[in-house]
Design a protein around this ligand. Structure first.
Ligand code: ADE
Ligand code: ZN
Length: 350
């Protein structure tokens, strides 16, 4: 196999519906995807295709056996599989094919701007160079607007269960190679790895002119959100759902319009909430928080951003008004230029 031509067919979600159903299907809405790990878009079929191309023996006999492992009990149980499956990513072409497959699927679901996180340390630790992983993803992002109609930005995320020294070393290497990143993020196992552990990393990123975001309040307590804001100087929080346990924090987040990139299907699959109908998103909207909806690791959590919206709507958790508001928030909370934001907001209201 030379190239993988993308997991997704062009968007034609109404093609199989009869007229009544098609009329009821929500229109595809322009959105910005702000919380997405590119390694979390590796679909099972692509995992097998890349394993074959690279001569890697997977510890699963086939797709069904792999899919049977997608039953998670918490964040760590997912991370174990997520890191294990990265073994199939070896060459620039692997990273490029994964990125292309994601953009094809995202475009079909209405994504018009995407800020994509990648985990360089998870590749370096397997002997894959920074050049291979960064250039593989970035080479596809460079033409994403022309090829897929999606403007894109790249974010280097750091693994909070590793040391700050390791993160600093990788950040310096990214800066030295002039990697086309706009921001840094903080992800992986949250509890026990508070934001303050990475104070120097985030200070260095700020000095280098990078934007700063961090996962906080996914499994970790509200105090991690406060620390991410106060110690790391982040301007956007990934997840943040546990802010709802601290009314003073909610008040602060509302007053400062701090963006929270919420991932409902992820929260259900990782058991942060029991069911979609229990998700705090409606309460977050009602509190006036600047929330938007995203997919996190769509290949693992049962859906892309459009699937998150569709499932929220069928669970009666979202109204049409909320949907448009969430899409507008996603655009407003992005790091896109003012011009691009205006273009997307006009598309949304048109
Ligand atoms: N890395 C990939 N997905 C993640 C998540 N949901 N939380 C923390 N780290 C991650
Ligand atoms: Zn995430």
């Amino acid at each position: 196999m030379d190239t993988y031509d993308g997991a997704a067919e062009p968007n034609d979600q109404t093609a199989l519906l009869n007229e009544t159903e098609a009329a009821a299907a929500p229109p595809i809405m322009p959105v910005a995807e702000l919380h997405l790990h590119i390694e979390g878009t590796l679909e099972p079929e692509l995992i097998f295709a890349l394993a074959e191309r690279n001569g890697i023996d997977l510890p699963y006999s086939g797709l069904d056996e792999l899919r049977a492992r997608y039953e998670f009990t918490d964040l760590q149980s997912f991370l174990d599989l997520y890191y294990a499956n990265m073994a199939v990513l070896r060459t620039e072409a692997d990273f490029a094919d994964m990125t292309r497959a994601y953009l094809a699927r995202a475009a079909a679901g209405g994504v018009r701007h995407a800020e994509i996180m990648m985990d360089p340390q998870a590749h370096l630790s397997r002997g894959v160079s920074l050049e291979t992983c960064v250039n593989g993803v970035a080479s596809v992002l460079a033409t994403s607007q022309e090829e897929f109609g999606i403007s894109t930005l790249l974010i280097a995320a750091f693994l909070r269960d590793l040391s700050e020294e390791s993160a600093l070393e990788v950040l310096e290497a990214l800066l030295a190679m002039n990697a086309p990143i706009v921001a840094i993020g903080l992800d992986s196992a949250e509890v026990g790895n508070p934001p303050a552990k990475f104070e120097r990393l985030f200070a260095r990123a700020g000095e280098a002119g990078l934007r700063r975001i961090a996962h906080a309040g996914e499994e970790g307590p509200p105090s991690y959100i406060i620390e991410a804001l106060d110690v790391l100087g982040v301007e956007r929080i990934d997840h943040g759902i546990r802010c709802m346990e601290d009314p003073d924090l909610v008040e602060r987040l509302v007053a400062d319009r701090v963006p929270l990139t919420v991932c409902p299907l992820s929260n259900v699959r990782l058991r942060a909430v029991d069911m979609l109908t229990d998700h705090p998103l409606p309460a977050m909207l009602a509190a006036g928080l600047n929330v938007s909806v995203h997919s996190d690791d769509p290949a693992y959590f049962g859906g892309y951003v459009d699937d998150n919206f569709a499932q929220l709507e069928s669970a009666m958790v979202l109204s049409e008004f909320d949907r448009v508001r969430l899409a507008a928030n996603s655009i407003g909370s992005s790091f896109a230029t003012d011009e691009r934001k205006a273009e997307l907001l006009a598309e949304l209201s048109g």
